[in-house]
Ligand binder design. Structure first.
Ligand code: NAD
Ligand code: MG
Length: 324
């Protein structure tokens, strides 16, 4: 675990550029600016984010100018567009000793990015939380934990620069965990698909539906199976599973152990292992790239179905009534 260890200002000697001004790009650029780092934001010509970045006091350059003037790039555009962005804007302009830092290893590990053959630094610095939290916890001085990886330290300065950069965006107060591109990519995909956004949410939806099927009201079901999740996750975030168990009633805890014992089985573990096989083999990446190529057909279909389902309609109605 790497923590603050004296002042490391090495990033001040680099010409830092944040590529993209979205979920992660905007908070990272703003944190750098507030910390006194003279960072540039690189955006495509005509990008809708450009006027916001300028309004917020940042210098915006297009990729051609940015590649000429800067030498330490944080790549914060969507994973699925990175490979094409490098083909169109980066490879033919690369200069020796430039550094490229990613916040997720997808395009490098699975997406066909060919950066390794160039004489540049390749690193990873991934905040363990959404950009919104990175900004909030920077402003409160608390910081967010992060993970870093050094894939290719061509300059011999990448490690030091990554740690210095991490300090300025607010990723060093809590500590940086050192990993590899592959480990970060596989674990991140598995975590978001299963635990964070996939099965957990599916269980919330299934339990909502079970109550409604039995005739209980949708509002009541929503409170019990969806809304209260936030308080439980806050307890885990603050004090781990142990802290959560302590804060709930013994009735809740006993019932939870019993339900898990009787509703899950070893088959589920085997299915999870197989799902992980699919991520490791690149099969998931292939399916995602294919989906992206088709204009994200399935993604938009699923998003729309959820919105139109009873749970989606219930939450909109509850928002209108002021419950949420
Ligand atoms: P995002 O979707 O918010 O990025 C949008 C930005 O990328 C905008 O500035 C936009 O102008 C630019 N952009 C969009 N399409 C583009 C294109 N075709 N060509 C060039 N620029 C384009 O992305 P994000 O959620 O901030 O994710 C950026 C990276 O950070 C990804 O690698 C992601 O995995 C990683 N990451 C994100 C979060 C998060 O908080 N969302 C957390 C950890 C890691
Ligand atoms: Mg993720």
């Amino acid at each position: 675990m790497i923590k603050i260890d004296g002042k490391n200002e090495s990033i001040k000697k680099r010409k830092v550029a944040v590529i993209g001004y979205g979920n992660q790009g905007r908070p990272q650029a703003l944190n750098l600016k507030d910390g006194g780092i003279d960072a540039t934001v690189i955006l495509r010509k005509g990008s809708p984010s450009a006027s916001l970045a300028v309004k917020e006091g940042l210098r915006v350059l297009n990729p051609e100018e940015g590649m000429k003037k800067c030498d330490f790039f944080i790549v914060l555009i969507p994973d699925e567009v990175q490979t094409d962005f490098f083909k169109e804007h980066v490879y033919h302009r690369i200069r020796e000793e430039q550094s490229f830092v990613f916040a997720h290893g997808f395009s490098y590990v699975f997406g066909g990015l060919e950066l390794k053959k160039y004489p540049v630094d390749i690193g990873l610095l991934s905040p363990k939380g959404p950009g919104k939290a990175l900004r909030e916890r920077f402003l409160s001085g608390e910081g967010l934990p992060g993970v870093m990886a050094v894939e290719k330290d061509f300059t011999g300065l990448l490690r030091e620069n990554l740690i210095s950069y991490a300090f300025y965006v607010g990723l060093l107060q809590k500590g940086l965990f050192e990993t590899t591109f592959r480990e970060e990519t596989v674990c991140d995909l598995f975590g978001e698909q299963i635990s964070l956004c996939g099965l957990t949410v599916d269980v919330m939806k299934r339990s909502f539906s079970a109550l409604v099927r039995r005739g209980y009201s949708a509002e009541m079901a929503y409170f019990e199976t969806v809304f209260e999740m936030k308080a439980i996750v806050d307890l885990i975030y603050k004090d781990g599973l142990e802290g959560m168990r302590k804060a709930i009633s013994d009735t809740a805890e006993f019932g939870a152990y019993l339900a898990v014992e009787e509703l899950t089985d070893k088959k589920m573990d085997r299915r999870l292992d197989q799902w992980l096989d699919g991520i490791e083999s690149g099969d998931f990446a292939r399916r995602w790239i294919e989906e992206y190529g088709k204009g994200k057909e399935k993604l938009y279909f699923e998003r729309k179905s959820e919105k139109e389902s009873l749970i989606g309609r219930t939450e909109r109605a509850m928002k209108e009534k002021g419950y949420l």
